[in-house]
Design a protein around this ligand. Sequence first.
Ligand SMILES: Nc1nc2c(ncn2[C@@H]2O[C@H](COP(=O)(O)OP(=O)(O)OP(=O)(O)O)[C@@H](O)[C@H]2O)c(=O)[nH]1
Ligand SMILES: [Mg+2]
Length: 302
Amino acid sequence: MVFRAIFDKLKAGLSKTRGVFSGIASLFRLRGKVDRDFLNELEKRLYLADVGTSATTEIVEKVRQSFLDKEITGDVEAFVKQQLKAMLTSGEGIRYNLNGPTVVMVAGVNGSGKTTSIAKLARRLQEEGKKVLIAACDTFRAAAVEQLTIWAERIGCEIVKNQPGSDPASVAHDACERAKARGVDVLIVDTAGRLHTQTHLMRELEKIHRVVSRLIEGAPHEVLLVLDATTGQNAIAQAESFKKAVQCSGIILAKLDGTAKGGAIFAIKQKLGLPVKFVGVGEKLDDLEAFDPDSYVEALFV
Ligand SMILES: Nc1nc2c(ncn2[C@@H]2O[C@H](COP(=O)(O)OP(=O)(O)OP(=O)(O)O)[C@@H](O)[C@H]2O)c(=O)[nH]1
Ligand SMILES: [Mg+2]
C-alpha cells in the first residue's frame, strides 16, 4: 500500500519525462522489428529526455546488437528498461554517524532547490523518529534565513540562525555545539547558492566544511549537492565545480516534476559518478523520495 502510494507520486512527478519515453513499445509493435527507423526514433526520444550523447549511443547500440543476436524477440521495452536500470546505482540512504550527530551539508547553485529540499528531508527524518536541527548558513541572501525559519516552524524543527550578513561558519559552529548538547540525531546545514563571486562561494563552503569537521568527528557525513533537473545536463557542469571544492557524497535531483529532462539522471550518473540519493517531485513537504533505480525506470514507462 505504502509502496504503491510512493510509486504513484514518483509516476506523477515523472509524467513529463514519461511523455517522451513512453510509446517505445507500441512503436516496436507497429514496426515488428528493430530497423533503422525504430532506432532513429529511440535515439530521438532518449535525446529529448536529455539522456545525453554517450548514454544514448550506448543504449541504441545495445538494442541494435541484441536484436541482431536475437536476444530481443518480443519485448523491446523490457530490454531498454533493463539497460537503463543497469546504468544507475541502487539508492544509498544517508550515511549516519554512529557516535554522535550526523551532519548533512547541503550545497548547490542559487535557486536549485536547497532550502525546500532541506525542509522535505528534515520532515522525512522526523517522521522516522529522528531529532533534527537545521542550521541557516545562507546568510548572504537577505531573505534566506527567514525562508528557512518559516519552513522550520511549519515542520516543528529547531533552527540555529543569526542575522543576515553574519558569518556562516560561526552559525555552523553554534549549530554543531547545540547538536551535541541536545542529543540531536541529524544536523542539516543550509548554505548559500550565490556570493559575490564563485570563488567566494567555494571558499565559504570549504570553511563551513572545516568548522563542522573540527567539532564533530567525521563531519560532514554527507555533502548533498542539489541539482535542478529542469536544467538537464547543464547541471553537470555546475556539479563539477562543486565537486572540486567540497567532497560531495551524493545528489538530490530536484524539480523532476517540472521537466521532460528526467533522463539527465543517466548522464549525471555516468559523468559524475555520484549516487543520486533523493529526488524532488514537487513543492510540497512530502515531495521528496528516496532514489531507487527500479522504481525510477518503471515510472518512466508505465
Ligand atoms: N516543482 C518543484 N519546485 C521545486 C522543487 N524543489 C524546489 N522547488 C522550487 O524551486 C524554487 C527554489 O527553491 P529553493 O529551495 O528556495 O532553492 P535554493 O537552492 O535554496 O535557492 P537559494 O537559496 O536562492 O540559493 C522554489 O520556488 C521551490 O518551491 C521540486 O522538487 N519541484
Ligand atoms: Mg536557499
